[in-house]
Ligand binder design. Structure first.
Ligand code: FNR
Length: 342
């Protein structure tokens, strides 16, 4: 099967499979504050991804890789949304276009539309320094995402089976590129050991890509005649993975993703230590089922909702929200206790 046909199948499966929403963020409660002492107009959503300043803690995460007209169209629509809502946007894996330059149009369109915005390039951990540089140059990216997707590869019949040398390759890319490198998971989460290893080679931004949203084990399993069902519920929930990342290194910039759909979930992810959240499957579903305007409305609704939550808590900034008092229970607490995270 061609790469672009596989990518279109991903979109269809990811959307039809839906999200189980077992991201663990429901285990978090804010401690109500009867005396917040601030006004809505005092609240600023401005935050940072590493050194990049962004106007609200939301970005459109990597989705449509591969070439082809349909991906180009989706990327153009998403880039317009990013421009209108002033959000960073990540493109999907550029590997196909690095190998076959005729496919680069569906990525270049993102920079063309979101001319002065923040755009992230995207490649897999098999990439060389030269390929990483090409991905960044193709769209004049402000940062490079490198995705880790071991389980997805193992469930794909045609996927990789060799995961050696990954840290060395990422280290070489971090050392050589002038833009920041964001290492991301794709829905299986990161442990504190993983984050420590990444920190050790100079990575300063991680996107935990936790379990509980789009599930690539389920997506890939639907394409197999004999399923690898053991991976359908495999992964570290988003809530836990934020805690794991924070426990590994208080100085690393943490991005949270994996099933995030509401302002309340954004606020909870931030309260656990994230500085911004990425949304992929949920935004794509709204775009394809309800259209571009519906997606813009939804993002504005999320931003407004977040401001209201921050007003209730008396937190004027994302940084203050990161320090808001919370109570943690259920599965997330159980993970934290057994993994010595506090
Ligand atoms: C993805 N994702 C992804 N990630 C990546 O780094 N490179 C890629 O090419 C893709 N492709 C892709 C296609 C589609 C259709 C979806 C839905 C997702 C993964 C994505 O960035 C994110 O990590 C996960 O989807 C988890 O977030 P959500 O979907 O639960 O918000």
């Amino acid at each position: 099967m061609s790469r672009s046909k596989r990518k279109l199948e991903h979109i269809n499966y990811a959307i039809s499979t839906g999200q189980k929403r077992t991201h663990g963020l429901d285990d978090i409660s804010f401690v109500h504050n009867s005396l917040p002492g601030i006004a809505l107009q005092d609240v600023s959503l401005r935050t940072k991804i590493g050194e990049l300043s962004i106007s609200s803690p939301i970005f459109i995460n990597a989705m449509t890789g591969g070439g082809g007209e349909k991906t180009e169209k989706i990327n153009a629509l998403l880039a317009e949304v990013a421009k209108i809502c002033d959000l960073p946007i990540a493109v999907g894996s550029q590997m196909a276009a690095i190998k076959d330059i005729s496919q680069s149009r569906s990525f270049e369109i993102v920079r063309k539309v979101h001319k002065n915005g923040i755009v992230f390039a995207n490649i897999g951990s098999e990439a060389s320094v030269e390929q990483a540089q090409k991905a960044v140059d193709m769209i004049d990216a402000n940062a490079l995402q490198i995705h880790l997707n071991v389980i997805q590869e193992l469930v794909m019949p045609e996927g990789d089976r060799d995961f050696t040398g990954v840290l060395n390759r990422i280290e070489a890319i971090v050392n050589k590129l002038t833009v920041p490198v964001i290492v991301k998971e794709v829905g299986f989460g990161m442990s504190k050991q993983t984050v420590s290893k990444l920190k050790g080679i100079g990575v300063s931004i991680v996107d935990v890509g936790g379990f509980g949203g789009t599930n690539f084990a389920t997506v890939e399993n639907q394409r197999r005649s004999k399923q690898l069902e053991q991976f359908n519920d495999w992964g570290i929930p988003t809530s836990v993975s934020i805690g794991e990342a924070k426990a590994s290194s208080p100085s690393i910039s943490i991005l949270a993703s994996g099933g995030i759909q509401t302002s309340s979930e954004i606020a909870k992810a931030v309260s656990l230590g994230a500085s911004a959240v990425g949304v992929a499957g949920y935004f794509l579903k709204i775009l394809l089922e309800d259209g571009q305007e519906a997606l813009i409305n939804e993002i504005q609704h999320m931003q407004d909702g977040l401001k209201i939550i921050m007003t209730a808590l008396g937190t004027k900034s994302v940084n203050e929200l990161q320090n808001a008092p919370i109570v943690i229970r259920g599965e997330t607490l159980s993970w934290f206790e057994q993994r010595a995270i506090n």
